[in-house]
Write a protein that binds this ligand. Structure first.
Ligand code: UT7
Length: 352
């Protein structure tokens, strides 16, 4: 039995300011706005420039999530940074975030699980909170694939964008008072090579040099990943919902990894859920990997499409190949809003 319950208390996002539109990519590869938008749903994406770092985005997303929660760095005792495109292999980005938000008391680590990284990180953070090791955790998804993409490979360069998103989660004294209704995870290493980012460092100069078979940039077998996503992800989501005692139709909104609008539409057809239940927020961002779920969710909250009290499915999938799913009651109040608005929202978050 868990010692404590868990709630999401804040959400924040961050995007670099430079926009690359589909039309801009025609200067690099043979492609078109029509091909990209009809095959993926993307119209533009953001990319880092100059010396901007992935941790700059992570810090800004974390600060915004803390402001949303009405907290500061001094409230945080765990930082899990999900990123597969780090500035450094070590030190881990969590330490940079620790300094950036002013949380010297926090411990942390990074998780490299590609597009499902943030939901994996959420699952880990929840364990630390439920067993009493941490009280408040920052869970961040931050990726800058623009630095790891071959911009002259049209199969991949049109897909990715940079960004970061973060959740603040914290302890409720009663274990039954929890807004994380169920989680589930899967990993199929046999398909691991279908999305890969090799590291090309050579051997010790005293031995035979390595034979580099491919360059150090993202490779993706789009069709295979598409098949995996549409075939496996709905099964995992349905299993997670079963654990939560819900049917797919009882979920208010699905916030899936924003890999491709056609994947999301095929998944919703398979699960027999309506297009209105699907949150689509990829047109301006592309596939932002570990950041895509909070980016789409944040926009839907800002647009008041999603209201406090909603039941959400959050599902990340991709490199691994891996899937991570959470069923969450969104009882999260934006503390940046005026106190009168807070009173109204407070009522709607009473547990039923
Ligand atoms: O974030 C991790 C999870 N990622 C995913 O889930 C992504 C999954 N996969 C996909 O989203 C899709 O497979 C893609 C968007 C990557 C590709 O769409 P597709 O409908 O599967 O296209 P395809 O790979 O089957 O390619 C169709 C054609 C090919 O030409 P041929 O062989 O039929 O002559 C490609 O060479 O389109 C061509 N093509 C392009 N044409 C114009 C590939 N990329 C481009 C491009 N512009 N950028």
């Amino acid at each position: 039995m868990h010692k404590y319950g868990v709630s999401v208390k804040g959400i924040g996002v961050s995007l670099p300011s430079t926009v690359v539109k589909n039309e801009d990519l025609t200067a690099l590869v043979e492609t078109s706005d029509e091909w990209i938008s009809s095959r993926t749903g993307f119209r533009e994406r953001r990319v880092v420039s100059g010396n901007e770092k992935v941790t700059d985005l992570a810090i800004e997303a974390a600060q915004n999530a803390l402001a949303y929660a009405g907290m500061t760095g001094s409230d945080v005792d765990l930082i899990i940074n999900a990123s597969s495109t780090p500035d450094y292999i070590y030190p881990a980005g969590c330490g940079v975030v620790q300094q950036g938000i002013g949380a010297p008391q926090a411990f942390g680590f990074d998780v490299a699980m590609g597009c499902s990284g943030l939901i994996y990180a959420l699952g880990i953070a929840i364990q630390f909170i439920e067993n009493g090791t941490a009280k408040t955790a920052l869970v961040i998804g931050a990726d800058t694939h623009s630095r790891y993409t071959d911009w002259y490979d049209r199969n991949t360069c049109v897909l990715f964008g940079d960004g970061a998103g973060a959740f603040v989660i914290s302890r409720n004294e009663s274990p039954s008072e929890t807004d994380i209704l169920a989680m589930d995870f899967m990993l199929d290493g046999t398909k691991g090579q279908e999305i890969r980012l090799p590291i090309n460092r050579d051997n010790c100069p005293l031995v035979e040099p390595r034979n580099f078979e491919e360059q150090s940039s993202v490779y993706m077998n789009g069709r295979e990943v598409f098949k995996f996503a549409v075939g496996e992800v709905p099964k995992i989501i349905e299993a997670t919902l079963q654990k939560a005692g819900l049917t797919p139709q009882e979920v208010d909104y699905y916030v899936l990894h924003q890999a491709n609008v056609r994947i999301m539409n095929s998944m919703s057809e398979r699960m027999n859920v309506s297009p209105e239940q699907l949150i689509v927020g990829l047109e301006k961002y592309g596939n932002t990997s570990a950041a895509s779920i909070p980016l789409a969710l944040y926009d839907a909250l800002q647009a008041e499409q999603i209201q406090p009290g909603a039941t959400l499915v959050l599902c990340g999938f991709g490199a691994g190949l891996a899937v991570a799913t959470a069923v969450v009651k969104w009882n999260c109040i934006d503390r940046r809003k005026s106190s009168s608005a807070e009173t109204v929202t407070d009522k709607s978050t009473e547990k039923v």
